[in-house]
Design a binder for this molecule. Structure first.
Ligand code: CS2
Length: 486
């Protein structure tokens, strides 16, 4: 059965589907970057909210800023913006849930002005974002907004015809202000520490350059709540689509996820917000301890398995966890190196959190590919892992487990293959630089660590290098990483 509004009632029994009247919804949220994660997380919470509370003013209008989003636009439109969330439980049970919270989708490439007007419309109260790290134009080396990108330069000069996210936001806010409308909240849902503060800093840097008076208004009126977001969402595969078809739903763009989900949000909104707390989200005054815990345990844990596992020849996270050597290594890393540098988190038992994490990673039905995990490691590892190393060095803690991961990353960047010669699919904006530095490390063992924008001054810390260098050397002699993980 083709998924669309008319066919909702004819879907197979057991499929959860919107029971609320979608035709009554207005889009109080405009979301930029409709990918897998938005659809398994914010759109899922919002769907639950619409179903449980009968709210009608919090539908979502998706926006695609890239020409590459055209395919998504076509598929969603054809399906009346409906899609299936395929929730895979560890015991093999699979839940199918049709999500109805997205009610429209606009492609900026078709009509930039219409997208800006939509954001500037009175009904829009939140603009949320999942644009990945790269979308923020943040320069890690200077800690500032990167004005050098051609799209940024273009947007400064052409406020009415923007290309990148901050150009759109600034112009929409300009129109709201001109129309005496209240500002909207800008809500980042990216897995970035202090994602709200980051968004604020980047937007203001851009806006001040373009129009200082407007920028001051933005500074005073817009709110940017920080949030910790969590739900493992692997890449949807053709076999997921085929299995769904066998179950009776024809959906060209479903999304797969685990049952677990968490959203911790700082309660600072400019213009109202959905009662997401009614459907499991947590509103707190300060999200810092939650996000540090998540990034240093979950995301770092993923990277530990991703890099070591890739060299060993594992393909998925659950494949790593099924290997006792990897599961034990991960737990030791968490206990010995990550936990000692975490602040206590109110209401959370860290030991239980770690055990749950390992269970989540071990879910044999969520085939989370290591290639996804290792994607853009250069922008992930500084926050996920290197911060833990630095803090351990400061307080004389262990860096042994993390050091092997960095050595593995060097080997991986150099060879681009597993120990058995299977080619690895490496996607990283810094791929070429990483590769060069890694090759160089055969001559100068510290060459890889000398990439300052990633490692800071780690190459000068002997307490680290004396652990790291022998590991790297051993790895080059014998890439059977398992031997060093014992
Ligand atoms: C992963 C995350 O990209 C990664 O390296 O660790 O995508 C992770 O699956 C999510 O943050 C889970 O919430």
């Amino acid at each position: 059965m083709l998924l669309n509004q008319n066919n909702l009632q004819h879907l197979p029994e057991g499929v959860d589907r919107p029971t609320y009247d979608r035709s009554q919804l207005t889009a109080g949220i405009v979301h930029i970057g409709v990918g897998g994660f938005h659809r398994s997380h914010e759109a899922f919470y919002t769907d639950e909210l619409l179903a449980q509370t009968g709210a009608t003013d919090w539908g979502i209008c998706g926006v695609g800023l890239r020409e590459a989003d055209r395919k998504i636009a076509d598929v969603l439109k054809q399906q009346d913006y409906l899609y299936t969330l395929i929730i895979k439980h560890p015991d093999g049970k699979v839940e199918h849930r049709v999500i109805g919270s997205i009610v429209d989708f606009m492609l900026a490439a078709d009509d930039a002005n219409a997208v800006i007007n939509k954001m500037a419309d009175e009904s829009t109260r939140i603009v949320s974002l999942t644009i990945t790290e790269g979308g923020y134009h943040f320069n890690a080396a200077t800690n500032e907004f990167d004005f050098t990108h051609p799209d940024v330069q273009h947007d400064l000069a052409n406020p009415q015809q923007p290309k990148m996210v901050f150009g759109y936001l600034t112009e929409a806010l300009r129109r709201r202000r001109a129309n005496n409308l209240p500002a909207f909240t800008i809500q980042s849902c990216d897995n970035i520490q202090h994602n709200g503060n980051m968004t604020r800093k980047m937007l203001l840097a851009f806006a001040y350059q373009q129009d200082a008076e407007l920028a001051r208004w933005i500074e005073n009126e817009v709110r940017f709540p920080n949030a910790m977001v969590d739900r493992i969402t692997p890449v949807t595969t053709m076999s997921d689509i085929a299995a769904l078809e066998t179950s009776g739903i024809t959906d060209a763009w479903p999304v797969v996820c685990e049952p677990f989900t968490q959203w911790v949000i700082e309660d600072t909104f400019a213009n109202g917000r959905p009662q997401w707390e009614d459907v499991g989200a947590q509103f707190v005054a300060d999200v810092t301890p939650y996000e540090t815990m998540k990034i240093r345990l979950l995301n770092a844990g993923h990277s530990v398995l991703g890099l070591l596992g890739s060299i060993h020849g594992h393909e998925t996270i659950d494949g790593c966890i099924a290997d006792p050597l990897f599961a034990t290594y991960l737990r030791r890393f968490m206990d010995i190196e990550a936990t000692p540098v975490l602040a206590p988190v109110e209401g959370i038992d860290l030991e239980a959190y770690k055990s749950v994490l390992i269970e989540r990673f071990g879910n044999p039905n969520v085939k989370d590919n290591l290639a996804r995990i290792c994607l853009e490691s250069s922008s992930k590892l500084p926050k996920f892992l290197i911060s833990t190393i630095m803090e351990n060095l400061e307080k004389g803690g262990s860096v042994h487990y993390a050091a092997l991961v960095i050595a593995a990353w060097c080997y991986y960047s150099d060879k681009g293959m597993s120990k058995d010669g299977v080619a690895l699919d490496i996607v990283d904006e810094m791929k070429a630089e990483l590769h060069q530095a890694a090759i160089q490390s055969q001559v100068d063992g510290l060459a890889f660590l000398k990439i300052e924008s990633i490692f800071g001054d780690l190459a000068s810390k002997t307490a680290f290098t004396e652990v790291y260098l022998p590991m790297l050397e051993t790895l080059y002699h014998n890439p059977d990483i398992a031997q060093q993980m014992q």
